[in-house]
Design a protein. Structure first.
Lengths: 557, 342, 262
């Protein structure tokens, strides 16, 4: 409400005039002042979230193109397009239109490949981003809820991928759907009904492609968009985490201002991700549906696998034995109204590993918070080596996942390394149990060893390769001390100690508290304390003596 | 690391068991001094960077032109080679167009835009006073509704809310028919001829020589007007011939085969992939999806993998014209197990 | 020795070693006779082919298959396997067997085409069996689409929909079909080598086999329209490529992007 007498503000530059014009009508200056110079820390490992976001944008762009030409009908037709080895073959309209996109619409094949490659990249980027967040402890207070949103996004991205994988109605995806159907039927009580409702009757029916299409192009992406909005909103509220280092603490954020440097880098990175995907789509075939042929319940191709992100569940199905020492894992339960069938050989691998992985994933921030009783906000990340137990847990979980993942390609491992298919399965079954334990032990030892190395370097400096002979004849290698900034990076971390159980107001250590104490010692029993100035000073006295001796020697020359 | 020049024992291996001394900690030295880039001090370097950025943008322009040329210039002529060529150049064109812009902007930002790291203070998400006030407001609202004092209202509300989503579930009932006993029947019936997949020509017993594997559908399948794939998904059968002495039929199943010719459902009892890999020397059937292995000589008993039940056998005979026919439908449901299977 | 070490864990390793020793001896002998046989007149009649074939057989094959090809513990009887079986097994180098293993592996053929024909002519006299395929069915000029359907129903479950090969039980496998000659593909279908089922003419007609061969020739010749095929083994190689190459390149760019310039 400016008065008429006051001279209105007149910007001097054209960019300024546009800003002023928009602000007077939209009132965005508050947002601009908040964001225009917002500081973002810079580290390569912070970029995976952006990779995920950008591949999602590319998915929306390429997916929109594909919807213009794709017809999700399961009606029968005969192929009349230009791909000779399928001419005249009976197939569904969905498959036929997918072939037309590939062979008869200019740029269609390219867009399909862009879409599929970025789908694989999207899920991979989400996964790698979550691994980064886990191993650096970025899920700690106040970001626990954003970690959960991230987990939901991971599940949604897998759902988006799977619904899309099935759309072309080719032989490969059709057999994938058949496996889904078999898994659903194994669910007690409601399984058969779920299968009949999803497929609109018996498998394969003629409804599933249309239904998956609707989920794939509307419901799932809408939910992903919503979750991304919440996710980014929370990132803005929390501000970004930063790696430990000189000048960085929980009270500040050090980095580049959004405008111009960070915005330029982040914006430019979108084009880089797009460019990489375009190159890959130009040079490498993905999902050659023309090889697989139309879906037909009779044929199947060797090497029938899902896309990588569903692979671990498929691998679990492969690893599970049907018979355990002559005990069948399919049970026939006599009930008053008749005998019912419980297929543990399908239910266990389909539900248990995924249940373990996602439960632990969602609960982990609270588990760690309970163990450490740490209610402070954390904005400075942990270097993975400085929290050996968490790192080891993460590695164990990752190996658990990878064993199942590898099992999904057991047949290809067998043919490519010329080993027996059965032996591959036996080995992977063993690794399923031993692998995570070995991974835990090794990762923890490696982390502790790296911490010791850090201590060594912080206290004694780096080896220079310069050998000095002391007056009394001893040879020693000279160490170059670190400067304060580099040293702080190695010593500026917290190293909690294992806690005893704390008595409550009645002086009793409760059972829960005793469990907490056990977990606390599991987490923090083995620890390497950060180097201290006293230790450094003690070391320095020795060094100075040596250096003095060296000087004296040089004088004598 | 083996060399400890201070001569003292390796105290770096010390694994502290006690709490550490908060006082004895390194102090944060603050942000390191800013280091100037070449382009900040040398105008020539800055000029060079400027040219590099321009070249990258130029590459992008060329890339876009390559895409347009590939799109309009390459005519698709039904051969895979031209399609591959077009895909390649369109992709390379867009790739260069995008990477040119991206790397150009990033190079510009890295080399020429100010690179002073800035430290910004974080603020508490919400001051405690705000939080106290918010909690108070929520408590007040809850208090004013009186929901805690009136359990009748609370409990009936919970009940109503719990039931309210039911219509949202019920309304999806018509997504599909109820299973009924459709999973228990296939197209096979007494006298149904075994015919070749996919053309549906009937098979004579004499056609099936030892070591053969025929992929079989019921003869009437191809005559179906609707639901062909649904029926095929249950009815597909693998027909093989072994030496009769290799078969070990259990009591009651001796006459289900003919002259060593046996027919088994092709649908895996695990999760339903077609078990079509027949090894004619070992007489094993392998499922390519999850590697369940069935032993044909022992009525397709599972010998490896995640399946539990043997593949259902289709009893077969020979009709008057020498064609193979089914004696009946399968005696049990085919394919993966389901709760009501029994 | 690397190839051997992969087989070491096999229960038949000791037997394999023994057979390998025998094979080496036999192989040396075979080379000697090959040199002699190569000098033989190649324009002889069928009867002399059979005679030459018998000589080759006695020298190279009888150790395992027995004199008169009646079979021993080490090798099956060849009565009734037909000329096509010999053409396939010897022509693709699978026979003579290099060593015992889950299955015979393809290797450079040990005999010339002429010698293979002589062996085939000899074995064909031992009993009725599939003859060498007629030229008209291996010309690759059938209907690729029909062949594709037949291939998917009858072959793809072992050999993969793009004929890239696949695994069987206990170390056996179905080989990739690229580079296999039309006549060998045809022979394999009618004879069912090793664990492959037999696809006799009542199962897949000669015209159908011709269509399958046409299909295989077509997909091999045309290549993949989308660029490199990554082995045509499906989503596994695609996922592996993404996690290694694509993610690697992206990480490279992120490191460049966030590093300081000098």
């Amino acid at each position: 409400m400016s008065t008429i007498t006051e001279a209105p503000f007149e910007p001097q530059t054209s960019a300024g005039r546009i800003t002023n014009f928009v602000d007077q009508r939209v009132g965005g200056s508050g947002i601009l002042r908040e964001f225009g110079r917002k500081v973002f820390p810079d580290h390569w490992s912070f970029m995976f979230g952006e990779v995920a976001l950008y591949s999602f944008v590319i998915l929306l762009l390429s997916g929109t193109f594909l919807t213009f030409f794709f017809d999700p009908s399961m009606a029968e037709t005969h192929y009349t397009g230009s791909y000779i080895p399928l001419k005249g073959v009976e197939m569904s309209v969905a498959y036929s239109s997918s072939l037309n996109i590939s062979f008869d619409i200019r740029g269609g094949l390219f867009m399909r490949q862009v879409h599929h490659w970025s789908a694989l990249l999207f899920v991979a980027a989400v996964a790698v981003h979550m691994l980064r967040v886990f191993f650096t402890g970025a899920f700690r207070k106040p970001r626990e809820l954003n970690w959960v949103v991230g987990g939901v996004l991971l599940i949604l991205s897998m759902a988006a991928g799977f619904t899309g994988y099935s759309l072309p109605d080719d032989l490969l995806s059709g057999n994938g759907l058949r496996i889904i159907d078999g898994v659903m039927k194994s669910i007690p009580v409601v399984g058969t009904y779920i299968s009949f409702f999803l497929f609109g009757g018996e498998f394969p029916g003629n409804a599933i492609i249309g239904r998956l299409y609707m989920l794939h192009i509307m419901l799932v992406p809408a939910m992903i968009l919503l979750m991304i909005a919440i996710h980014l909103f929370m990132v803005v509220i929390h501000k970004h985490t930063q790696y430990p280092g000189p000048g960085r603490n929980d009270g500040n954020v050090v980095g580049y201002p959004l405008g111009p440097v960070y915005a330029a880098k982040a914006g430019g990175f979108f084009f880089i991700v797009f460019g990489i995907i375009a190159f890959v789509a130009a040079l490498f075939t993905i999902n050659p549906i023309w090889n697989y042929g139309p879906y037909d319940p009779s044929p199947v191709s060797a090497g029938t696998q899902p896309d990588w992100y569903i692979g671990w569940v498929d691998g679990a199905l492969r690893l599970m034995p049907g018979w355990l020492f002559n005990i069948p894992l399919e049970w026939h339960i006599p009930l008053p109204w008749g005998v019912n069938t419980l297929s543990l050989n399908v239910l266990i691998p389909a539900l248990v590993p995924a249940g373990i992985v996602f439960t632990l994933l969602f609960a982990y921030p609270w588990i760690e918070r309970w163990v450490t009783r740490d209610d402070r906000e954390h904005h400075v990340l942990d270097r993975p080596r400085n929290v050996p137990t968490r790192t080891a847990i993460g590695v164990a979980g990752f190996i658990f996942y990878c064993v199942m993942w590898a099992a999904a390609s057991s047949d290809l491992i067998a043919t490519h390394f010329q080993v027996s298919l059965n032996d591959v399965t036996y080995w992977l079954r063993a690794l399923f149990f031993i692998g995570p334990i070995l991974g835990f032990i090794i990762a923890k030892r490696v982390a502790l060893a790296l911490q010791r190395k850090d201590r060594e370097i912080a206290l004694h400096g780096r080896e220079t390769g310069r050998i000095v002979r002391l007056p009394h004849g001893e040879f020693q290698e000279m160490h170059a001390q670190l400067d304060d900034y580099k040293r702080y990076k190695l010593v500026g971390f917290e190293s909690p100690v294992a806690e005893e159980g704390i008595p409550n107001e009645n002086g009793i250590v409760t059972k829960t508290e005793r469990r907490r104490a056990m977990l606390s010692s599991f987490f923090f029993e083995d620890r390497v304390a950060p180097a201290t100035p006293l230790e450094l000073a003690a070391g320095h006295e020795q060094h100075e003596a040596i250096e003095a001796g060296e000087d004296a020697k040089e004088v004598s020359h | 690391m083996g060399d400890h020049s201070d001569g003292t024992p390796a105290n770096s291996d010390a694994v502290a068991k006690a709490g550490h001394n908060e006082v004895d900690k390194f102090q944060d030295p603050g942000l390191p001094p800013h280091r100037l880039r070449l382009a900040d001090t040398d105008p020539k370097a800055a000029k060079r960077a400027e040219r590099q950025v321009a070249i990258l943008f130029g590459i992008s322009i060329v890339g876009t032109l390559v895409f347009l040329l590939a799109y309009f210039g390459i005519r698709l002529d039904d051969t895979i080679a031209t399609l591959r060529l077009q895909n390649l150049f369109m992709g390379l064109g867009i790739g260069f167009a995008m990477l040119g812009i991206g790397t150009g902007i990033v190079h510009w930002a890295r080399a020429l835009m100010p690179d002073h790291e800035v430290s910004e203070l974080r603020h508490e998400l919400r001051p405690e006073a705000d939080r106290v006030a918010a909690v108070q407001i929520v408590d007040d609202i809850v208090e004013e509704t009186g929901i805690k004092r009136r359990p009748l209202i609370r409990n009936t509300l919970i009940g109503a809310m719990a039931l309210a989503p039911l219509p949202a579930i019920a309304i999806f009932r018509d997504l599909g028919p109820l299973p009924g006993n459709s999973l228990r029947h296939t197209l096979w019936k007494k006298g149904e001829r075994l015919s070749r997949d996919p053309d549906g020509t009937p098979i004579k017993a004499s056609d099936v020589t030892i070591g053969s594997a025929f992929h079989v559908i019921p003869e009437s399948l191809n005559k179906l007007e609707t639901g062909k794939l649904n029926e095929k998904a249950k009815a597909v059968v693998l027909l093989m011939r072994l030496n009769p002495e290799d078969l070990h039929p259990s009591p009651g199943r001796e006459d289900w085969s003919y002259n060593g010719i046996v027919a088994y459902s092709k649908i895996c009892t695990h999760v339903g992939c077609p078990v079509a890999l027949y090894e004619q020397q070992t007489h094993h059937l392998l499922c390519p999806c999850h590697q369940s292995t069935f032993d044909l000589t022992r009525e397709c008993k599972v010998i490896f993998g995640p399946a539990v039940r043997p593949l259902p056998q289709l009893p077969i005979a020979v009709d008057g014209d020498g064609y193979l026919v089914a004696q009946s439908d399968f005696h049990e449901p085919v394919g993966p197990s389901f709760w009501e299977r029994g | 020795m690397k190839a051997l070490s992969q087989k070491r864990r096999h229960p038949l390793a000791a037997l394999a070693l023994l057979v390998l020793g025998l094979m080496l001896t036999g192989g040396l002998y075979a080379i000697a006779t090959t040199v002699n046989a190569a000098k033989a007149d190649t324009t002889t009649s069928s009867a002399s082919q059979v005679k030459e074939g018998e000589k080759l057989f006695v020298a190279n094959c009888a150790t395992c298959h027995g004199v008169g090809a009646s079979g021993t513990k080490a090798g099956p009887s060849l009565a009734g396997v037909g000329a096509a079986a010999v053409d396939f097994q010897v022509g693709t180098g699978r026979m003579p067997l290099q060593m015992q293993g889950p299955q015979a592996r393809e290797k450079p053929a040990q005999f010339t085409t002429e010698q293979t024909r002589e062996l085939a002519a000899y074995v064909a006299t031992l009993g009725d069996g599939p003859a060498l395929p007629a030229e008209e069915f291996i010309d690759g000029k059938g209907d690729a689409a029909v062949g594709g359907e037949l291939f998917r129903v009858n072959c793809a479950m072992c050999h993969n929909a793009a004929a890239a090969g696949g695994a069987l039980t206990r170390g056996k496998f179905a080989p990739a079909l690229a580079g296999v000659s039309n006549s060998h593909i045809y022979s394999a279908m009618i004879t069912g080598p090793q664990n492959m089922p037999v696809f006799n003419d009542a199962n897949i007609t000669p015209e159908g086999k011709r269509d399958i061969i046409t299909f295989l020739n077509t997909i091999e010749a045309q290549g993949s329209p989308g660029g490199a095929a990554l082995g045509s083994v499906g989503p596994v190689s695609e996922g592996l490529f993404l996690w290694t190459a694509v993610l690697g390149v992206i990480i490279g760019f992120t490191i460049w992007l966030t590093s300081r310039t000098s």
